[in-house]
Design a protein around this ligand. Structure first.
Ligand code: GH3
Ligand code: MG
Ligand code: MG
Length: 307
């Protein structure tokens, strides 16, 4: 019996033989919240409802999708779940290979002893905890703590990767640099806490304005970078303008006074139009941003094509 306030970890058991499924569930129910599925297809639906599942324990041979195919999908849908499969002697070679490619973490030979299964599930649980912790650390290392968008370190890596990819495939990569206008006034007038709130609101707004393949990063204090892969310069100018307008129309809640309105300035540069390296792309977008500030702020300026 679980008497602590901690919720029990979830285990998803998948087997098309309902007798085996019931027996497995009975064996594990003291240590886990057991979710049962009678097919891989059924299991996938459960995973959508419980993406925090700790272990997926599946039979290999079922009518329809195999256990291995299921676990390959689990890798994407619930990357922290430990993946364990029941297998007969006959499939051992295939299973060993899947362990090497880490599509599965453990296999359990049929028939199994109850104690052995319990022990394997305790180990699978620690695999799950390790996966979860590793992913958390990895996401912390690329995330800006205040705004929750990507940090500068991630930006530097990503702009290099995307620049090389764009050059290799003959695609256009566009970089937009965006800087909040007169942000210092907000801090001066309402204090740093309100300033921070504004940064968070702007970052989240930017994140919702772009496609999932785009990257929003905090480049510096109140400056954000938007990496737009596969985006021709003229299209990116339109995207930037749309974002600039939407920010100008935003009302940001201010706990210290009336709602806040603000504007941003943007500089836009594309590779290969204006630059052939990531560093040149950054300096060209920066120069365009500087120009937008000089021309009066609240505007989008494109880089000039090299002569
Ligand atoms: P401009 O229109 O020329 O960009 O003017 P600005 O006031 O936005 O730019 P400036 O570079 O003069 O000032 C930026 C301010 O942003 C100063 C700095 O204290 C503030 N800032 C930087 N990081 C943070 C932060 O994390 N939180 C808060 N609240 N303020 C920050
Ligand atoms: Mg500014
Ligand atoms: Mg600035």
């Amino acid at each position: 019996m679980n008497t602590t306030s901690q919720p029990m970890p979830k285990i998803l058991c998948v087997d098309d033989d309902s007798t085996v499924l019931a027996a497995t569930a009975r064996l594990l129910r003291d240590d886990f919240e057991v979710i049962k599925a009678t097919s891989a297809e059924d299991a996938l639906k459960h995973i959508d409802l419980h993406p925090d599942v700790a272990i997926v324990l599946t039979d290999q041979k079922m009518g329809g999708m195999t256990g291995m195919d299921l676990l390959t999908k689990v890798q994407d849908k619930a990357p922290d779940a430990a993946r364990v499969i029941f297998t007969g002697q006959i499939e051992l070679g295939v299973m060993a290979e899947a362990v090497n490619t880490s599509r599965i973490h453990r296999f359990i030979l049929k028939p199994w002893e109850n104690d052995y299964l319990r022990l394997q599930m305790a180990e699978a649980l620690s695999i799950h905890r390790g996966l979860k912790e590793r992913r958390l650390l990895q996401s912390l290392s690329v995330t800006d703590a205040l705004t929750q968008v990507r940090n500068r370190r991630y930006f530097q890596d990503q702009i290099s990767v995307e620049s090389e990819r764009a050059l290799r495939h003959g695609r256009t990569l566009t970089l937009v640099m965006a800087d909040i206008d007169h942000f210092k006034n907000i801090n001066d007038e309402f204090g740093h806490f309100v300033g921070d709130t504004v940064l968070k609101a702007v970052a989240q707004h930017l994140q919702h304005q772009v496609r999932s393949i785009d990257t929003i990063a905090r480049y510096g204090g109140e400056e954000f970078a938007l990496i737009l892969p596969d985006t021709p310069f003229e299209n990116a100018m339109k995207v930037a303008e749309r974002i600039r307008e939407s920010i100008a129309n935003m009302e940001i809640k201010n706990p210290e006074g009336p709602d806040l309105h603000l504007t941003i300035s943007m500089g836009v540069a594309s590779l290969p139009d204006h630059a052939r390296t990531a560093n040149d792309l950054i300096s060209n977008a920066d120069a365009a941003l500087y120009q937008a500030k000089r021309q009066g702020r609240n505007q989008t300026v494109g880089a000039l094509a090299p002569k």
